[in-house]
Design a binder for this molecule. Structure first.
Ligand code: ATP
Ligand code: MG
Ligand code: FE
Length: 339
């Protein structure tokens, strides 16, 4: 198969051409980070305007880099949720236009399934599997009993892990998205602050990061008020230790409850070095193979949407011209059942 994939759910405009679900012929990513930095986060109206400006340019470039024409394609994969409605609509409209003009099947892809299938470029998924998706908007443990089946077994009750990185990074004076810099600082610092690990002892697979966020912000603000200066590297290291502790504990618990043949780490926060090594150690210690997306495919990109799209197309998933954006799309899906 040769799939043209679009991803515009948030602040990256991306178009890719993917062969057989696991080979990247092109993967063009236009990031808007600079435009959102001065606001400290993604501004939806600004995001959709950028997508409109970038989408055709990315499309042309993706086809050119892959050395393919529309006639070579076997399908068009598109993220239709979850994400920002105005942003999603730009990608959906472009994908529909190509599918309609060239009589190609339209394959609707859940953004989170895309994050998980980024690992397909490393090796095919072995089932049953458990995945941890940690990104800007989500923190979810996913049970995948068979190909095309996704069931949420644990999720955040409030903030997502990536969102928490961005918010605590902001009080440290780091530009959005703060994750990569907090990660770097954490490696240079030591865990000298004790931050809370919410829900770690509770008998469920859910997460909560808002208490950690508040504790962190209060610590920094209190120090500001009394005029002491805190070591930013140590703050970052202490914060990251708390996040990793919770993610590793809940993942280990999920693997004790579900008979996984494989564990997958995915999403933007999966680029985190500390998290990657801590989880790898904990998972392999249980004798379970650990697979993670290549670091450069952890953030949003269309290649991962093409990989998931190829799998979904094999299971007969397709959409017609009435496909709409679903900003709050649920992540419970069974490919065997018509969608
Ligand atoms: P979602 O996938 O939930 O819709 P999103 O697409 O905005 O949200 P991603 O692009 O998958 O999120 O990930 C972006 C997030 O990853 C940001 O919050 C960013 O700070 C975080 N992030 C990126 N690199 C790192 C890192 N090395 N350590 C921690 N967090 C990181
Ligand atoms: Mg992004
Ligand atoms: Fe994402």
């Amino acid at each position: 198969s040769l799939i043209l994939a679009f991803e515009t759910s948030c602040d990256e405009t991306s178009v890719a051409v993917i062969k057989d679900g696991n080979e990247i012929l092109s993967n063009v990513v236009a990031t808007q980070i600079k435009s959102h930095q001065r606001f400290g986060g993604v501004v939806p109206e600004v995001a959709s305007r950028h997508h409109i400006e970038q989408i055709t340019i990315c499309l042309q470039q993706a086809l050119a880099e892959a050395h393919v024409t529309y006639a070579d394609l076997t399908g068009v994969a598109i993220t239709y949720g979850p994400g920002l409605v105005g942003s999603l609509l730009v990608g959906i409209t472009a994908a529909k236009a190509v599918a309609w003009a060239h009589q190609l099947p339209l394959i609707p892809v859940n953004h989170l399934a895309g994050h998980i299938y980024a690992t397909n470029f490393v090796q095919p998924v072995h089932f049953p599997a458990v995945a941890l998706v940690v990104s800007g908007g989500h923190t979810e443990l996913v049970w995948m009993p068979a190909e095309g089946e996704f069931k949420i077994i644990g999720e955040t009750r409030d903030d997502a892990a990536g969102e928490t990185y961005d918010k605590i990074g902001r009080v440290l004076g780091i530009n959005y998205p703060a994750g990569p810099t907090v990660d770097q600082w954490a490696h240079a610092g030591h865990e000298t602050f004790q931050f809370p690990r919410a829900m770690i002892k509770e008998d469920n697979l859910d997460f909560s990061f808002s208490g950690l966020k508040s504790a962190f912000i209060n610590t920094v603000h209190h120090a500001d008020q009394v005029g002491t200066s805190l070591n930013k590297q140590d703050l970052a290291a202490s914060f990251q230790a708390a996040v990793i502790d919770v993610l590793v504990t809940k993942t280990t618990e999920a693997l004790a409850q579900y008979p996984a043949q494989e564990f997958i780490l995915a999403g933007g926060v999966a680029a985190n070095q500390g998290l990657r090594s801590a989880l790898q150690k904990a998972v392999t210690a249980k004798g379970i193979p650990f697979v993670m997306a290549p670091r450069k495919l952890c953030g949003d990109n269309a290649a991962m949407i093409g990989a998931a799209g190829a799998m979904l197309q094999r299971h007969g998933a397709h959409a017609d011209m009435s496909l709409n954006a679903e900003p709050g799309l649920e992540f419970e899906w069974q490919a065997a059942v018509p969608h």
